[in-house]
Write a protein that binds this ligand. Structure first.
Ligand SMILES: Cc1ncc(COP(=O)(O)O)c(C=O)c1O
Length: 359
C-alpha cells in the first residue's frame, strides 16, 4: 500500500463541489481583492478564535513581519533590538525578525515536545529585548500562561507564531498571533495566504495599512508599507474550509492516538497534552536515533515521511553569524525527528499500514 505524507488533492476533493462554487462566486463577482469574501472571512475567523480583529495578508511570513514592523513603528523599537525565538522553528519565524530589522535570540526547546522551554526564557532577556515569539510547533500550544507572565514582568510584547496551530486550544491569546494558510496547513488555501489576529484595534489598523502600501486612504501613504493581501478567491475557499476545521482536527487527534498506542516503546512518540485539544497535530513528530534508516525502510514499504526540520536556523548558511551558538536540543531535534503521514482524509487502513511499517 502507498501512503502519502499528505494527499492535498484528496483533501480538497473531500469538500465536493463547495470549493468550486466558492471560486466561481468570486470569478462572477468581478471583485478579486479587498472585498466582501475577505471581510466575511476575517470576521468568521476572528469569531472562531474569540478575538476582536483579524487582518488577512499574503502569507504567514508576512503576518509575522507585519506585526513586528507595526510595533517597531508604534513603540520606537530600534534596529538590532532583540526578539526571543525558539531555536528549532521553521526558518520563517526567524526571517520575520530579520526582515523587521530586529535581532533573533534563540531559546532552546524542550526535548519532550519541541516547544520553547519556558524555563530558559528569562536568562535570555536583556535591556534590548522587546518581544517573545513562541511557536506552536507541530500544532501544539506552548505554555502561554507562563510566557505571558514573563512578558508582563519584563514589559515585553508576545507574538504567537500559530502558523501550524489552527484551532489549537489556548492559542491566540497574546498581543497578536500570526497564521499561515499555505495549502498543506490544517486550514489551507489553494495558494498562499495568511493573517494576523489581535484584540488591539490600533495594531489591527496599522497592520492593515502596512499590508496595503502603508496607505491610510487611497494614495495617502503614512508608512513605508508592503503589498501583502489575502485575495478574494483564497478568502472564499477558507470560509468553506473553516466550517470543517474542528472536525478535521478531531480526526487528526484520532490518528495521533492510534499512532501513539501502536508506536510507543518502539520510537519516542509525542506527549499528548492533558487537554488534548491543545494539540491539532499539524505534524505527528516522532524521534529516533535511527531516523535516516527508518525513513528509508518506510519508503521501501511505500510510506512517505518528511523531516521537520533537518537543519535548525542557526546552522543555516543564511544565518551563519549564529553558527557558533551551542544549541544542542535544537540539533537533537534536527538529527532525530521524523514526521509520519497525517491528514484528516487518511483512512484507517492507511494509518494501520504506517504502524505495520514499523514492525
Ligand atoms: C512555524 C511557521 N512559521 C511561519 C510559517 C510561514 O508561513 P508561510 O509559508 O505562509 O509564509 C510557517 C509555514 O510555512 C510555519 O510553519
Amino acid at each position: 500500500m502507498q501512503v502519502d505524507f499528505l494527499n492535498l488533492q484528496r483533501v480538497n476533493e473531500s469538500f465536493g463541489s463547495e470549493l468550486k462554487e466558492a471560486v466561481n462566486r468570486v470569478v462572477s463577482s468581478g471583485w478579486y481583492l479587498l472585498h466582501t469574501e475577505l471581510e466575511a472571512f476575517e470576521q468568521e475567523f476572528a469569531d472562531y478564535l474569540g478575538v476582536k480583529h483579524c487582518v488577512g495578508c499574503g502569507n504567514g511570513l508576512d503576518a509575522l513581519t507585519l506585526v513586528l514592523m507595526a510595533w517597531k513603528e508604534q513603540l520606537g523599537w530600534q534596529v538590532g533590538d532583540e526578539v526571543i525565538v525558539p531555536s528549532n522553528t521553521f526558518i520563517a519565524t526567524v526571517l520575520a525578525v530579520s526582515r523587521a530589522g530586529l535581532k533573533p535570540v534563540f531559546c532552546e526547546p524542550n526535548l519532550e515536545d519541541a516547544l520553547i522551554d519556558v524555563n530558559r526564557i528569562e536568562a535570555l532577556i536583556t535591556e534590548h529585548t522587546r518581544c517573545i515569539i513562541p511557536v506552536h510547533l507541530y500544532g501544539q500550544t506552548c505554555d502561554m500562561d507562563r510566557i505571558l507572565q514573563i512578558a508582563k514582568m519584563h514589559g515585553l510584547k508576545v507574538l504567537e507564531d500559530a502558523c501550524q496551530a489552527h484551532g489549537a486550544e489556548g492559542a491566540a491569546q497574546a498581543d497578536a498571533a500570526a497564521y499561515s494558510f499555505y495549502p498543506g496547513k490544517n486550514l489551507g488555501a489553494l495558494g498562499d495566504g495568511g493573517c494576523i489576529v489581535t484584540n488591539d484595534k490600533e495594531l489591527a489598523q496599522q497592520v492593515r495599512s502596512l499590508a496595503n502600501y502603508g496607505q491610510s486612504v487611497k494614495y495617502t501613504h503614512i508608512y513605508k508599507g508592503v503589498n501583502s493581501r489575502l485575495d478574494e478567491v483564497q478568502a472564499a475557499v477558507l470560509r468553506v474550509k473553516l466550517r470543517r476545521l474542528d472536525k478535521d482536527n478531531a480526526r487528526r487527534r484520532e490518528i495521533a492516538n492510534y499512532y501513539q498506542e501502536n508506536l510507543k516503546g518502539i520510537v519516542s512518540v509525542p506527549r499528548i497534552p492533558a487537554h488534548p485539544c491543545r494539540h491539532v497535530f499539524h505534524v505527528y513528530a516522532i524521534r529516533t536515533e535511527h531516523r535516516d534508516e527508518l525513513q528509508m525502510s518506510l519508503k521501501e514499504k511505500g510510506i512517505q515521511t518528511l523531516i521537520h526540520y533537518p537543519i535548525p536556523p542557526h546552522r543555516q548558511q543564511a544565518y551563519r553569524e549564529f553558527q557558533h551558538l551551542h544549541l544542542p536540543i535544537a540539533d537533537e531535534w534536527g538529527r532525530t525527528e521524523l514526521s509520519l503521514p497525517m491528514s484528516p482524509v487518511m483512512t484507517d487502513e492507511e494509518v494501520e499500514a504506517v504502524c505495520n511499517g514499523f514492525k
